[in-house]
Design a protein around this ligand. Sequence first.
Ligand SMILES: [Zn+2]
Length: 273
Amino acid sequence: MTVRSLAARAPAPVFRALDRLRGSPWPYCVAAFHRIADHPGDELSYPPAIFDALCRYWRDHFEILSLDCLLARLAHGDPARHPCLSITFDDGYADNAEVAAPVLERLDLSATFFLPTSAIGARRHFPWDAGLAPPPRTMSWAQARELHRAGFGVGSHTVTHARLATVRGAKLERELEDSRGRLGMELGEAPQDLAYPFGGPDDCDDTARAAARRAGYRSCFGCHGGLIAVGDSPYRLNRMSISPRYHPSPQAWARAYSRARWRTSARRAPGHW
Ligand SMILES: [Zn+2]
């Protein structure tokens, strides 16, 4: 009896497991960074030297997809047949433009920067950066325009970095529409993608997702770990936050990715709207 005929007689879960082992497609991975800076012990600051090494590892082992390309593939239901990854940054720190972008350009890697519009070009600091000395700066509008001109993607991270599940009505619409409008005005092109602030599973809800769709966004990204399978709703796309504690080297990241890959393959039904 051949493996094929055995598989055909096997109960469905066994068949699915065999199917996965045989030629399982690769889930898509979207990496999320915040600061690229040396702040030992700070979870949101990824050291520049490791960032450089990780980007080289990705260049050598992954196809790097812009979000345009990733979302087109998802819309067509195209499974990846080899490892694919997209690179994103949240919160609009100046080091994204000054430290990360030159590395990405040197290695010819695409990336998308999600900007909270009221923080761009402002001298104020996020409350969670209060313990860092000196407090990290956000980028200027000139830097945002330069990233866009250089071919990087720019997306919205709302106006005020609001927790979308807690704002309703006109305020929710302003967070989504005004940030899109401001980015469109500053860059000459309205953003199509949204990363919702804080990124946890409870930080965005169906009301906010519906408002994002009405505001014209084609996608909505969270940030609570995990990879993306074909069939996932474009308004429920997850990202893998890159952490100096859990991913202190490309090898450590590769182990975490491998675990996430098998968890994604084992997922039963894809997420839905
Ligand atoms: Zn954020």
